[in-house]
Design a protein around this ligand. Structure first.
Ligand code: AMP
Length: 392
């Protein structure tokens, strides 16, 4: 795969697929991190004498709707880039073509939402080709959509001789490789979140490279049940008991140490203010549900984390959105930050673990926070992502 650094942008137009699918609170963008993450590539092209045609999707529009227009992102992009951004109310067709023809080196053009065309998500050839007519070079910097074989993320690439990942995508690929292909040992994966079913194939794939597997959150209860424990009313997926047993067997075979919680914070109901206590995870009484890892578990997990040279974290240790059950996730987040400070490499990914890192203000204390939720999970499963394959 070519690097953006191998491409000459002088007097060339670069069509850059970014992920500007940002959340809104009314009319205001409530989190601009995705726009910030795309800036280095845009700036790189401009500084090297090229012009940028920026394209993205926003939301899941059924038709052309004002609230899904990328005009809502244009002003924030202008502010963050400190640069004028030209906006065109279409992504293909005569208007887009004219805007691209008139684009001068050093200028930035933002196209309208790609998903105003249903052709985008089905990976339509003609639509992809029409987009490709707008520019000389194709750059994909939208890691969050690389697991989708869409027109702008996958189909389009074959119409360009000059193509590469952007700086953000390059970093995502580099960090994942660092963990999956050449990690400094010992390697610890920390997995949590609500459901074990969504993480089984990831864990199975990770067992090939890791030394320790730390399991917390709701998914731990299915493991506990699979080895004969009593989990009360805790979240559980009995249909996955065999998968859990198989993971435990594979771990043993691969000499991977498994760390499951030994104590938990249980509550009478799924609420912040009901009766709570700490109990042995093997003996959760009926009528009680586990919503966070307990004090002894926090200590044990932190010790394992702090002794690791490579860390991968996906999924919270409890219902961290509620203040009564955030302490387990907070302790683990702090342990990852502390290990990073001492020289370990840490990669955090997946919507909820990233949200937890942000909640505890640790963003700048982690080696790399992945911008792709689903894309990162599929990479960890060992899948080749269509958006990355298309650039090869
Ligand atoms: P996932 O999307 O599978 O990573 O799950 C993330 C969600 O799991 C978060 O919203 C957490 O609140 C939730 N979660 C974590 N631990 C538990 C638990 N013990 N019981 C119920 N939900 C949990």
């Amino acid at each position: 795969m070519k690097s953006i650094k191998d491409i000459l942008f002088h007097n060339k137009k670069a069509l850059i697929r970014v992920d500007f699918n940002v959340p809104f609170n009314g009319e205001r963008i409530s989190d601009n991190s995705r726009i910030l993450a795309a800036l280095p590539t845009i700036k790189y092209v401009l500084e090297n004498g090229g012009s940028c045609i920026v394209m993205s999707h926003l939301g899941r529009p059924k038709k052309r709707e004002k609230k899904f227009s990328l005009i809502n992102v244009k002003y924030e992009l202008e502010r963050l880039l400190d640069h004028v951004v030209i906006f065109v109310e279409n992504c293909i067709g005569p208007d887009a073509k004219k805007a691209s023809e008139e684009l001068m080196p050093g200028e930035v053009l933002l196209l309208e939402n790609l998903r105003f065309y249903k052709e985008e998500t089905v990976g339509d050839e003609k639509f992809a080709q029409e987009l490709s007519f707008l520019a000389d070079i194709y750059i994909n910097d939208a890691y969050g959509t690389t697991h989708r074989a869409h027109a702008s993320t996958s189909t389009i690439a074959k119409y360009f001789d000059e193509k590469s990942p952007g700086l953000l995508l390059e970093k995502e690929i580099f960090c994942l490789k660092k963990v999956l292909e050449s990690p400094k040992k010992p390697v610890t994966a920390i997995v949590g979140g609500a459901k074990v079913s969504s993480k089984i194939s990831i864990i199975a794939n990770m067992l090939k490279v890791i030394d320790n597997l730390v399991i917390g959150g709701g998914m731990a209860y299915t493991f506990i049940l699979s080895s004969g424990g009593k989990v009360g009313d805790s979240i559980c997926e009995p249909e996955n008991l065999r998968d859990c047993k198989e993971i435990l067997r594979l771990a043993k075979k691969n000499k991977v140490k498994i760390f499951l919680p030994t104590d938990v914070v249980v509550s009478k109901s799924f609420s912040n203010n009901d009766k709570q206590k700490e109990v042995d995870i093997q003996k959760i009484p009926d009528g009680w549900q586990g919503l966070d890892i307990g004090t002894k578990t926090r200590q044990k997990f932190s010790d394992v984390i702090k002794q690791s040279s490579t860390l991968l974290w996906n999924g919270p240790m409890g219902v961290f959105e509620m203040s009564s059950f955030q302490n387990g996730t907070k302790t683990i987040a702090n342990a990852v930050a502390e290990a990073t400070k001492k020289g370990s490499f840490s990669l955090v990914g997946g919507g909820d673990s990233v949200a937890a890192i942000k909640k505890f203000n640790l963003e700048d204390k982690i080696s790399f926070i992945s911008t792709g939720g689903g894309a990162m999970l599929e990479s960890l499963e060992g899948k080749v992502l269509p958006g990355i394959k298309a650039l090869q």
